[in-house]
Design a protein around this ligand. Structure first.
Ligand code: G4P
Length: 529
């Protein structure tokens, strides 16, 4: 198959949701359709169990298992679908943010009863910032939940999206009769006993057809007609271009558990979802159709065996063909490297592959050469943008508990930070090191891994800070900036790239600082224009 054909058949996306909305169930049903797994339950076992926060080893173990399911690939209607797994556990939110830099689109799963939840808001905000095309799937229609129109309003308001329903439910919960598929003009009837089976849709080009009343009952048929009329009047028409430039988001309804509405979602997805997208590098925009290889590391997974410190670096191919044993430039190191056993991912396994194409993810064995964000090319100096750090929510000083092992501690901390386990800051005033994380769990993970993999011991000291803000150095020369640096010197530090950050103990402090020093720009992510 030609390079362009390979490229055009790839769809690389992520599924995001608040924990428990049904992401794992939906993933599994998509894999069943793709014939990639034979029975339900395969993905589920890899899920990081909720509520397991006290048992971080169990979480690490499960993270280890989940290497194989970090990328789930299958073929559907001749399209190669790559699902990038995003951890649902909120303590790993930073992993999810980074994975979003490697997807070309996302599906957002929302629980019909719970509506838009906190984690979804955060993740969708990142998608909006990056203009990632989104499809919304409202799940658990077999349960009592919010009114469909109210939910659409909520999605618009809380997530800042502009929605257009492409399917619409007939009743819900006990009264759930099925879904009218606006996209295909078909009615799909739900029956609780057709679990796991795919119901065949009845086609309705004319909704006035009295057959509709016979099938769903007169009342439900009339309600549906009215609702569809309202949708027609109120919501914008679906337009693929608007979806692709992230200004319009189609919505589907269904029940992942009952395998209902999932095929419709997948059929529409394969038709409308974007092919591998161009990506901005600091130097230029790289088009996926370019034939020379470029790619970037968006995730590093540590080997779970402490005796072997090798890791797996996940590289998203942006352009060109990745070939086994070909020499590629590791731009940051300025070194050429060859990879004799690049892994490609399938539903339940990984395999060594000879060639991969844009949109694909390859897993490269790494002994410590890679950092998140690193770029590979055939020789061109390129640095892909867009793996920003977000402000952590927990901060602790890290102290060396074994003075004989300070080198090991330093090395361990550096490598764990390269993997993106947490963020390290160094205070300007005294050089003390501060670890910032999204969840408290990471502190235990770091302590454990430092000891078992690097032979170093550390203790922590709590630092009651609210957020870090990255400081734009553009105005570094002006008097106000100098004043800011002088007054706030105890709260200034450098991140791992040497970028200046400001520690704020409350949202109020940020506001006050901003109004006192209006020309000093404070940012909530490490990347700003
Ligand atoms: P997550 O990955 O987003 O965290 O969610 P997950 O798929 O694990 O689903 C969370 C719970 O919601 C599971 O129940 C799952 O069976 C249920 N669920 C998913 N889709 C539907 C649906 O369409 N309808 C209904 N009624 N339930 C749904 P659980 O009891 O937590 O787990 P399990 O014991 O079923 O595995």
């Amino acid at each position: 198959m030609s390079f362009l054909k390979e490229l055009n058949r790839r769809r690389t996306f992520g599924i995001i949701s608040h924990p428990d909305a049904g992401k794992t169930t939906l993933t599994e049903k998509l894999l069943l359709f793709g014939g990639a797994i034979k029975e339900a339950g395969a993905v589920k076992n890899n899920k990081i169990k909720k509520g397991a926060t006290s048992d971080f080893m169990e979480i690490e173990r499960q993270r280890g298992i989940s290497v194989a399911t970090s990328v789930l690939a299958f073929i559907y209607k001749d399209k190669k679908i790559n699902i990038l797994d995003t951890p649902g556990h909120k303590d790993f939110a930073e992993d999810t943010f980074r994975t979003l830099t490697a997807v070309d689109s996302v599906i957002v799963v929302i629980d019909v009863a719970k509506g838009v939840e906190a984690q979804t808001e955060k993740l969708v905000e990142v998608c909006r910032m990056r203009k990632i095309p989104i499809i919304v799937f409202i799940n658990k229609m077999d349960r009592e939940g919010k009114d469909a129109f109210d939910l659409l309003d909520e999605v618009e308001q809380k997530l800042g999206l502009r929605v257009t329903p492409l399917s619409f439910p007939i009743g819900m919960g006990y009264d759930f009769k099925g879904i009218y598929n606006i996209w295909e003009k078909k009615l799909n009837l739900f029956s609780a006993d057709n679990k796991q089976k795919v119901s065949k849709g009845v086609e309705f080009s004319d909704l006035e057809d009295s057959k509709l009343d016979e099938i769903v009952g007169e009342k439900a048929a009339n309600t549906l007609r009215e609702e569809l009329e309202l949708i027609d009047e109120v919501y914008p028409k679906f337009n693929q271009e608007e979806y692709l430039n992230a200004s319009l988001q189609p919505v589907f309804f269904g029940s992942a558990l009952n395998n209902f509405g999932v095929k419709e979602l997948l059929d529409c997805f394969t038709e409308i979802a974007p092919t591998p997208q161009p990506k901005k590098a600091e130097e230029r925009l790289v088009d996926s159709k370019e034939e020379t290889l470029t790619g970037f590391v968006f995730k590093i997974h540590a080997n779970m065996d402490p005796k072997h410190r090798d890791r797996l670096a996940f590289v998203k191919i942006v352009s060109g063909t990745f070939k086994r044993n070909a020499p590629y430039l590791h731009v940051r190191n300025g070194k050429k490297m060859k990879f004799s056993s690049p892994n490609a991912f399938f539903a339940e396994k990984k395999e060594i592959v000879d060639e991969s194409f844009p949109g694909d993810i390859v897993g490269l064995h790494d002994t410590g050469n890679f950092k998140i964000g690193d770029t590979l090319t055939e020789g061109e100096i390129l640095n892909f943008k867009g793996i920003p750090s977000f402000s952590p929510e927990h901060f602790r000083y890290v102290n060396n508990a074994d003075p004989m092992k300070s080198k090991q501690l330093q090395k361990g901390l550096d490598q764990l930070m390269d993997e993106g386990v947490a963020q390290l800051f160094t205070l300007d005033i005294n050089g003390r090191k501060i670890i910032g994380t999204v969840g408290a769990l990471q502190y235990e993970v770091i302590q454990y891994r430092l000891e078992h993999e690097y032979g170093a011991k550390c203790t922590y000291e709590n630092l009651p800070m609210h957020k870090v803000c990255w400081v734009d150095p553009d105005d570094a020369k002006n008097e106000e900036f100098k004043e800011f640096r002088r007054v706030k010197q105890r709260y200034l530090a450098k991140d791992k790239h040497g970028q200046l950050v400001f520690f704020a103990d409350s949202g109020f402090t940020i506001q006050m600082t901003q109004s006192k020093y209006p020309s000093v720009k404070l940012h909530f992510t490490s990347e700003f224009e």
